[in-house]
Write a protein that binds this ligand. Structure first.
Ligand code: NAD
Length: 473
């Protein structure tokens, strides 16, 4: 029996995902009729990679968004020497009240802005703010980071910093024009094991790096139904692709020296159907009419899997699944010509071609000890303690990330994760959606560095050759 394309799409449920009669392309860059056209590159106005701004003895910080993540960041930041919270902004006055209570002994009386959608702009405009730290819902990240930089402030934003390629370019153009940092808060890059494997990669333990896998797959379905946080449910509606992938891709990209030695060239992605959220929303709405407006909306698929090829011919895969029975796996696999590392599922493991087997526990521990970098040795233990007492950390990695950012700003050093990382990692949101809508057709990844990836030197000063002078208190 002959099935036409429309019948096929209907039968497979793909029609509702916006998949149209687009031809299958093997190596298509968008730009055809009706397609978005992604700007691939442009000459750099000024290279922000490795750029150091003047030393700031005290880093005066304005935090926007004091929900789960922002309130945790606030409690961490007040434990860093030379970090001072001068202003807070949130839509909800009660979030400000809670935040003030949390910091009153360490850092009393910051200015506060609440109650209006655009009140945060006043925080960015203050003369006593050096750094705007953004922990708001996704759609606000780029507008807030751009506005902060336009006001002469450095911006640090939660993930992803941008949702479209156009926004990624806007961040790059603004940072280069204003010469203000746009820092991506890629906390997973400061995980203890990820720092060890970065050090191992740099010292040749893996031989030539060939491939990396990354993901943070976790079932967030139960957390999706909070009446005070509906943006969290909305964020996967009318979007397809790997929307939250920086925990996976960031630590791999740093090892592959993306933007400073290599560059992502093209990728392909596939997305499964939605097997969970449509059903779950209907169940919730049957119990409580509050959820009725979300019934029948089009949710992202459960799983997006993506493969990237770099200009130096290496590959990376990453996944995004926040809806299936995922156990909270932090996939971090590094494969080289001589060795391989696998972080999850625990216990983490190392394989070497020399031994042609996984290392024993004793061998593994010895290697980890040998390659634990100075950055972890100097602050790892105290960061873990701060993380434990402040409540919202992931084993100390968030504290090390914040600590190093403040340390770099205080010492007038280049920041470890800059606007080109923010753009390249965030670009995967729109690119994976485009590819998934086009039957995994490959799509070129823009080069946000304007070609300077060929000469930029890797960041992440693991040995703390410079700075590292800031204390955790
Ligand atoms: N890196 C990580 O490990 C990690 C973990 C969790 C969340 N996140 C990211 O952190 C960000 C925040 O997530 P969350 O879980 O804290 O969300 P949340 O909803 O708990 O907090 C967001 C806060 O922003 C405020 N807000 C909304 N609109 C605003 C506006 N116009 N002006 C000022 N404030 C406004 C809200 O009132 C709320 O308090 C998201 O981007 C999320 O993806 C990162």
């Amino acid at each position: 029996m002959k099935t036409n394309r429309r019948q096929f799409l209907k039968a497979t449920g793909l029609a509702g995902l916006g998949i149209t009669a687009a031809p299958v392309a093997t190596r298509a860059a968008p730009g055809g009729a009706g397609e978005a056209s992604f700007k691939q590159t442009q000459p750099q106005r000024f290279n922000m990679h490795g750029y150091a701004t003047p030393k700031l003895g005290t880093v005066r910080i304005g935090v926007i968004g004091l929900g789960s993540r922002g309130s945790g960041a606030l409690r961490r930041l007040i434990r860093i020497e030379g970090a001072q919270i001068t202003a807070l902004a949130d839509l909800k006055p009660e979030a400000i009240t809670q935040a003030l209570k949390a910091i009153k002994t360490h850092n009393p009386n910051p200015a506060t802005y609440a109650g209006g959608e655009h009140e945060w702009k006043k925080l960015c405009e203050r003369s006593d703010v050096d750094l705007v730290y953004i922990c708001t819902p996704w759609a606000l990240h780029t507008p807030q980071a751009v506005y902060a930089m336009e006001q002469g402030k450095h911006a640090a934003s939660e993930l992803p910093v941008a949702l479209t390629i156009a926004q990624c370019w806007q961040l790059v153009e603004t940072s280069e024009r204003t010469r203000k940092h746009c820092i991506i808060l890629g906390n997973q890059c400061f995980g203890a094991f990820e720092l060890v494997t970065l050090n191992m990669a740099r010292q040749g333990f893996f031989g030539d790096l060939v491939h990396g896998d990354g993901a943070y797959n976790r079932d967030l379905t139960p957390l999706k139904f909070r009446k005070d946080k509906t943006w969290f449910l909305e964020r996967d509606i009318d979007r397809l692709g790997a929307l939250y992938n920086i925990h996976g891709i960031g630590p791999i990209a740093q090892k592959m020296e993306i933007n400073c030695g290599d560059s992502m060239e093209y990728l392909s992605a596939v997305t499964s159907n939605d097997f969970t959220m449509d059903r779950k929303v209907r169940e919730m709405a049957a119990k409580d009419p509050f959820w009725q407006p979300w019934v029948g909306r089009k949710f992202n698929g459960n799983m997006t899997a993506c493969i990237v090829r770099t200009r130096r011919g290496r590959t990376m895969t990453f996944q995004y699944d926040h809806f299936s029975a995922q156990a909270g796996t932090k996939m971090h696999v590094v494969v080289g010509t001589k060795a391989m590392a696998m972080m999850d599922p625990k216990p983490s493991r190392l394989f070497t071609t020399e031994r042609n087997r996984w290392l024993t526990d004793a061998e593994f521990n010895a290697v980890v000890k040998q390659y634990t970098p100075e950055m972890s040795r100097r602050v790892g233990q105290s960061a873990e303690t701060v993380g434990e007492t402040t409540g919202y950390d992931h084993g100390g990695q968030d504290t090390i990330m914040d600590w190093r950012m403040i340390d770099c700003l205080r010492n007038g050093l280049p920041v470890e994760q800059n606007v080109y990382d923010a753009a390249a990692w965030s670009a995967l949101v729109e690119l994976t959606g485009w590819s998934a809508r086009h039957r995994a057709a490959s799509v070129d990844v823009p080069d946000f560095t304007g070609g300077s990836w060929q000469t930029n030197r890797p960041l992440m000063d693991l040995a703390l050759k410079t700075g590292g002078t800031t204390r955790l208190i």
